[in-house]
Structure formats: C-alpha cells, structure tokens
Design a binder for this molecule. Sequence first.
Ligand code: SF4
Length: 220
Amino acid sequence: MIERDVLDTKSDSKVNAHLLWLKKEALTLGASDVRIIPADTVPIEDEIIEMCSPPYCEQYGKSANCPPHVMTPEDARQWIRPYHSALIFKIDVSPRVLFSKQGLEIFKKVFLISARLEELSVEQGHALSKGLAAGSCKTVFCRDIPCDGLIKDRKCRYPSLARPSMEALGINVFRLAKEVGWKIHAILRKSDPNDIPSAMLAGLVLVGPGSREHDKASGS
Ligand code: SF4
C-alpha cells in the first residue's frame, strides 16, 4: 500500500519540488486527490486492454489513442522505464452523475487536467512528461465524427487535449487506486448507479526525462 507521496530519493530536491508543485496544480485544476508514486509501481497487465474492446467499449480501433493503435502492454512496460515518478489523480463523482449526460463532462475534465499537467511539466523542463486519461478521446471529443488521427495525411483534431487512457496501455487502474488507498468500485455499462456506493475517474501523469524513442504512446 502506498499511503503517502513517495518522492524520488535518487533525484535532487528540484525534481521533488516540481512533483509537489505539480500536485498542487492538479488540486487547483479540480482533482479531488493526488498521489505521487514511483513510476515503476504502475501496474501494467496484458489482460487490461480487454476492457477497451466490445462489449466493454465500443471505441476499440476507432481512435488513434485506443488499442490497437497505441503500444501494447508489453511495449508500455519498456516505455515506462525511464520515468522516475507518476502523479495519479482522481475526480470523485456521484455514480448517478457519472451515468447521466453530465458524466461526459467529468471524463472531459480528466483529459483537461491530464493534458494541462503534462504541459506544465514539460514547460518546467521535464520534456517528455506524458499525461494519460480515462476513457476514449473519441467518446469525449469526436463522438459522431471519424478520428482524423486515423485518416491518411490528417492529424488529431485535438492534439493538445487527446491522450490515451491508462487502460489503453494496460494499466490496471483498479489495482493502482487500491494501492494508494482510494475506494474504487467496479462499474460496468449495465451497472445500476443506485447499487454503486461511490465513483471516481482517474488520470495519470508520468514525469521524467524519458527518451524520444519511448514517446509513442499517443497515436495522435
Ligand atoms: S481526432 Fe484526436 S480526439 Fe478525435 S478521436 Fe482521433 S485521436 Fe481522439
């Protein structure tokens, strides 16, 4: 169990100050809680991407940020290695709101926070920081139109906002949330919101220099 922030003991105090500053920014942007964890504790499992395919998600293959257009979990395990830390953040939401039309706005908020934290981290010199979101960018930004990122000679319409979800790379969000002590309940499309005690959506920002050859998570 990772009950409190784990700062990077191998890095200088500047890196840790950056992580704590980024955490504050995440809370200012509307995150309900944020935890700093070592990047190598992020669980990446092959089976998780099954959640990205029907009947769990109808967007499989329809977005440049969804499987099979992003790296495989096996590649993601290699890709994550150069990163020293990760910020996981959550937004608490009432299950009824999550199942309503308003729920889409909460997903959008995760994208906005993740992309903004990535941008801030890059601006502060952590050039290859990378944000990951929750759900498919197709559902949030391009619900009724084709993904331009998958069309020859075109690019993503929202490159500053669209990110792969954690699940798309094989990250076990359920396990990770439990690991940092957050209550999380399984939610399926067919779930009755009245039967779910609480709900949350989570995003993640990987912080570290990384290397360009590893920066292939997004197909956008
Ligand atoms: S154009 Fe961009 S935001 Fe829209 S579905 Fe494709 S990758 Fe996602």
